[in-house]
Design a protein around this ligand. Structure first.
Ligand code: HEC
Length: 120
């Protein structure tokens, strides 16, 4: 429900994003459930309103629950990323360098062999 009704402005993860005409849909992280509910009812600025007639209260509750879920999941992930950052940051480029070096070595070896084979 969030994806079809809200994500085009607030992005799938609720981070918010730029809209046309210099408008900006704010991040929905750490927003009070009551506040989210009110925003859906009233539709501030160029956000459409979602009155109970077009979006039942149950659906609103689902969306709020989804947002809280995304919120806490991203917080957990941030903590994990922070812990693993150091190792991944160093190892990534090194591994890529080794792999590239191996590929170049093989390519050179193959090229040398084929030129030699042609000569003889
Ligand atoms: C057409 C784009 C658009 C759509 C679709 C949209 N919003 Fe918004 N939303 C906005 C804009 C723009 C604002 C900022 C309004 C303002 O600055 O007063 C906003 C503000 C909000 C706020 C207030 C955030 C805060 O920190 O004050 C909440 C909560 C919110 N939207 C939730 C939702 C939810 C939930 C949905 C889906 C049911 C939704 N929005 C759909 C554009 C949109």
């Amino acid at each position: 429900m969030f994806r079809t009704n809200c994500a085009q402005c607030h992005t799938v993860s609720g981070k918010g994003g730029a809209l046309t005409d210099g408008m900006f849909a704010p991040s929905l992280k750490d927003v009070d459930p009551k506040h989210i509910y009110e925003a859906m009812l009233t539709g501030p600025q160029n956000m459409p309103s979602f009155p109970d007639s077009t979006m039942p209260q149950d659906t609103k509750a689902d969306i709020i629950a989804y947002l809280q879920e995304v919120d806490s999941a991203s917080k957990q992930q941030r903590g994990r990323l922070h812990a693993g950052q150091h190792r991944a940051g160093v190892r990534g480029p090194v591994r890529l360098g080794v792999r590239l070096g191996t590929m170049i070595a093989i390519a050179t070896w193959v090229a040398a062999r084929t030129t030699k084979a042609k000569k003889s």
